[in-house]
Design a protein around this ligand. Structure first.
Ligand code: ATP
Length: 241
């Protein structure tokens, strides 16, 4: 479904943040991109969604293909039309709007109000918590609830591929489990997921395949299970051994 070939990303013509990254995601897979701070994970996602352009960055080498078509260096708003949604780091809810209003924004490309309503009901049945909170002002939700809201809003756009940046960041352990249970349900429903995470434990439990990034490079890759057993991953990313 998605293929990155030797992708290089530069910010402001000077900072080389991604240095020849290649990766693949097959339809229905959950793939995770792990690595420490500043490794280039978010930049990789931004290069796929073209959000990179809004930060004075660009893909200067390599290619990105989605369903066989080149998508690198297009316009960020076109990416949703291709079927890719990028849930950015930091839970960007529209704080003054209610939960339902936030969700409706995600469904703005639906052909009719009836279709929007149907999709909304689907999201509410998948994420019961949001149904209970639908009239709440989003800014007052907890971090975990906001995370579920941005995932729900992404679901409203019926993506083929959902990319999520650091869903567990700053959440209490129980909330992390709840958010990942939701991601597991999405995966079970056939959604293709690309997940950037610093919490390697939860990410590798869910992922079919993982890549580890350091300093702009992929330094390790393998099936989720193999990475969980890998000595370096256990030591540096899982804090085991
Ligand atoms: P984190 O988990 O801390 O967000 P990351 O692996 O996602 O880390 P990136 O955010 O992709 O890493 O950053 C990769 C490198 O690019 C870092 O050196 C960072 O300082 C730099 N960088 C990121 N965004 C910009 C930007 N808008 N302009 C210039 N440099 C940037």
């Amino acid at each position: 479904m998605l293929e990155l070939n030797n992708v290089e990303v530069i910010y402001s013509d000077v900072i080389l943040a991604v240095k020849g990254v290649s990766m693949r995601i097959e339809t229905g897979q959950c793939v995770t991109l792990l690595g420490g701070n500043g490794a280039g994970k978010s930049t990789t996602l931004k290069s796929i969604s073209n959000v990179i352009k809004t930060e004075d960055g660009k893909v200067t080498a390599g290619s990105i293909l989605f369903d066989g078509r080149r998508i690198d260096n297009g316009e960020p708003e076109n990416i949703v039309t291709h079927g890719i949604i990028h849930v950015m780091e930091g839970r960007r809810v529209l704080k003054h709007l209610t939960v339902e209003q936030n969700l409706l924004i995600g469904g703005h490309r639906e052909p009719s109000l009836k279709a929007v309503r149907a999709k909304l009901d689907e999201v509410y049945s998948e994420i019961g918590r949001l149904a209970a909170l639908k009239d709440r002002t989003s800014g007052y939700l907890s971090g975990g609830e906001q995370q579920m809201l941005v995932i729900g809003r992404a679901m409203m756009a019926r993506p083929k591929l959902m990319m999520i940046d650091e869903p567990s960041l700053g959440l209490a352990p129980l909330m992390v489990d709840e958010v990942f249970a939701l991601l597991a349900r999405l995966k079970a429903s056939g959604m293709t997921l690309l997940l950037v995470e610093q919490n390697a434990r939860v990410a590798l439990e869910l992922a079919d395949y993982g890549y580890v990034m350091e300093n702009g490079h992929i330094v390790l890759e393998g099936a989720g299970e193999d990475l969980r057993r890998n000595e370096d991953v256990r030591e540096f990313y899982l804090g085991l051994n």
